[in-house]
Design a protein around this ligand. Structure first.
Ligand SMILES: *[C@@H]1O[C@H](CO)[C@@H](O)[C@H](O)[C@H]1NC(C)=O
Ligand SMILES: *[C@@H]1O[C@H](CO)[C@@H](O)[C@H](O)[C@H]1NC(C)=O
Ligand SMILES: *[C@@H]1O[C@H](CO)[C@@H](O)[C@H](O)[C@H]1NC(C)=O
Length: 200
């Protein structure tokens, strides 16, 4: 319980959605946007805030769990690592969550990686589904639902005019003169998504 309280406070401080990217045609002008002659809504790509979207994981044979409990999902396919309130409310699961969420610095490549044997993926890239409810089992908890609902109320449709760019928030973007493989891959996918959104 205490952990969840702390988690929520931390979340409230840090996880407030930070960045939004509104993508306009290159010849965008405000008068055109507000004018009734605009052929449709300009597409919007939403980049959710830190730790706002789902993150899936899978444990491979290389994973060396700190306890048998943490290894229970080894070899059993993808599961939702983040966000899963039910798991985080179980004190025995918290160390497993911490261990599977952690990233490891490799001095040789000057970059960060998942813990050995933990594969992660960000589901529903392209859709706001990825972050509408970070824990789909607990829909009374969301940072983005109101915002997405308001966009839908003025006519936006998911994956038609409204897009989502969830990311693996554990990895920072590359600082000057340092690599970030995960961060750079994200920007590549974001660029493609923006280009696709503009063509729709
Ligand atoms: C400006 O953008 C609109 C909407 O994408 C397009 O229909 C129009 O042809 C563009 N005009 C110019 C001058 O590029
Ligand atoms: C979005 O729509 C495209 C084209 O219809 C489809 O291929 C893609 O799977 C959809 N993506 C999501 C996340 O629903
Ligand atoms: C949200 O739902 C869960 C169970 O589904 C419940 O335990 C929790 O108290 C609810 N939170 C709020 C703020 O209503």
């Amino acid at each position: 319980m205490a952990f969840m309280e702390l988690f929520r406070r931390w979340a409230a401080l840090l996880l407030v959605p930070l960045a939004l990217a509104m993508i306009m045609p290159s010849n965008f002008s405000l008068t055109r946007w507000w004018s009734p002659s605009w052929p449709g809504l300009p597409p919007v790509v939403v980049v959710p805030g830190y730790a706002t979207n789902e993150l899936d994981a899978r444990l491979t044979e290389l994973y060396r769990p700190s306890s048998p409990r943490c290894g229970a999902r080894k070899g059993k396919g993808w599961f939702r690592l983040y966000l899963n309130h039910a798991a985080l409310e179980d004190p025995a699961e918290v160390p497993c969550f911490a261990e599977q969420m952690s990233s490891v610095y490799d001095a040789a490549s000057d970059d960060y990686y998942n813990a050995v044997g933990v594969e992660t993926s960000v589901p529903f890239f392209g859709s706001t589904r990825a972050f509408r409810y970070p824990d789909p089992d607990r829909k009374n908890f969301s940072y983005m639902d109101k915002f997405v609902s308001r966009l839908e109320r003025i006519g936006y449709r998911d994956n038609e005019t409204l897009f989502g760019a969830p990311y693996d928030f554990r990895y920072a973007v590359a600082p000057p003169n340092h690599p970030s493989k995960v961060g750079s891959e994200f920007f590549g996918r974001l660029k493609t998504l923006i280009e696709t959104a503009e063509r729709r």
